[in-house]
Design a binder for this molecule. Structure first.
Ligand SMILES: NC(=O)c1ccc[n+]([C@@H]2O[C@H](COP(=O)([O-])OP(=O)(O)OC[C@H]3O[C@@H](n4cnc5c(N)ncnc54)[C@H](OP(=O)(O)O)[C@@H]3O)[C@@H](O)[C@H]2O)c1
Length: 347
């Protein structure tokens, strides 16, 4: 069997601008478990295998290694830069407008690119945590979502779209109430929404709202992030690839459960960004969306895997006075303030 996939055989989705984005890309967050060099090398393997979408972020601390790999691989393959769709993200410590601009310029320099295909705001909170943070780690300077501050950053990024440094703006880890405010106040509407999505966390309402608002949805941790950091492991988390319905369908199709999760994503209509540094997985993940689609019955059955099993709960972003990690997700339709639900955020 060939060890490459024709990129033209990979499904894609249309963005509001008319550009298109492949239905699958390589993730580059190593969950604090893989070396930065191994992750950068995986990007080269992926491009050679046929991937044309790479999901990067400044906080993954590896863009300076990924840039030279992208440059070298494109040169060696004779591929124009336009063939790639490269995403980067502004981290939570760069929400001040001038810091957000500096972050994008640093990512461009590290990635050795003149423009980003998309720039996402990684989290709606300006709250950071240490690398390898413990599950109960809290930063005393953390604060709730403050819309005026978020939009000040957003408007600064819109100017980078005007300047041609960013082709598409996107959001990540958003909720319905926050998205409504951003859509109301944005001059350039977000084109992408990256959220956690796997069969055990389907996020139906937010997913449909995002699509109806014209965004392409990107699903992170698409196989249920089996190697996620220890701070993101809790009792009761569902292991998607071990779920009996996923395993049964994998047996029916003759594929690995990972591939079932990726086929589900592409056929449901969102981009998946699986992580791997292993060439056989990098290949089989890409190939999975080009062959042997799931039947309508199998897609229907995968709905039953939904368990509201959020793996990346984000508790390390909580601020003093808030409750537990639920306060980050606006589940009652309001945005909690300094004292949690029912209190108002500072304007
Ligand atoms: N926007 C955000 O806030 C956010 C948050 C989290 C992640 N992300 C993005 O999403 C990407 C992916 O998320 P993730 O790494 O958390 O989860 P994931 O892609 O669901 O899980 C990755 C792990 O799945 C296993 N795997 C991959 N392909 C496989 C295959 N074919 N067969 C069996 N196992 C396979 C690998 O485990 P082994 O190494 O054990 O083989 C790999 O380490 C990240 O790299 C990042 O780019 C974004």
């Amino acid at each position: 069997m060939a060890d490459t996939v024709d990129p033209h055989a990979v499904p894609s989705f249309a963005l509001l601008s008319g550009a298109s984005i492949p239905a699958i890309g390589l993730g580059t967050f190593g969950s604090d478990r893989f070396t930065l060099e191994d992750i950068a090398n995986a990007v080269g393997v992926a491009i050679r295998t046929g991937y044309r979408l790479i999901d990067c972020a400044s906080v993954y601390a590896n863009e300076h290694l990924i840039g030279p790999v992208i440059e070298r691989t494109l040169t060696e393959m004779g591929l124009p830069r336009e063939e790639l769709f490269v995403i980067s993200k502004v981290w939570n410590d760069a929400h001040a407008p001038e810091d957000a601009i500096a972050s994008v310029k640093a990512s461009l320099s590290d990635l050795k690119l003149d423009y980003l295909d998309a720039l996402l705001i990684h989290w709606p909170f300006p709250n950071t945590h240490e690398r390898f943070a413990a599950p109960d780690a809290r930063n005393p300077s953390s604060r709730p979502y403050i819309h005026a501050e978020y939009m000040a950053m957003y408007h600064a990024l819109e100017e980078l779209v005007d300047a041609g440094l960013i082709r598409h703006l996107g959001v990540s880890n958003m909720t319905l109430p926050k998205l409504r405010l951003v859509l109301r106040d944005a001059r350039i509407a977000p084109a992408l929404h990256e959220m956690e999505l796997h069969p055990a966390l389907q996020q139906g309402e937010l997913y449909q709202f995002s699509k109806d608002a014209g965004m392409v949805v990107i699903g992170y941790s698409p196989m249920g992030s089996p190697r996620r950091p220890d701070r993101d492991r809790f009792e009761g988390d569902v292991a998607d690839m071990e779920h009996p319905v996923v395993v049964r369908i994998a047996d029916e199709v003759g594929a690995h459960p990972a591939e079932i999760c990726l086929k589900w994503a592409a056929q449901r209509g969102h981009v998946a960004i699986p992580f791997s540094v292993k060439p056989p997985q990098i290949l089989s993940n890409l190939r999975s969306v080009t062959e042997r689609p799931l039947s309508p019955r199998q897609l229907y059955d995968l709905r039953s895997v939904e368990a509201n099993s959020r793996l990346i709960k984000g508790q390390v972003f909580l601020w003093e006075g808030s409750g537990d990690w639920i306060d980050l997700w606006d589940v009652d339709g309001t945005i909690p303030g300094w004292g949690g639900y029912g209190t108002t955020a500072a304007e």
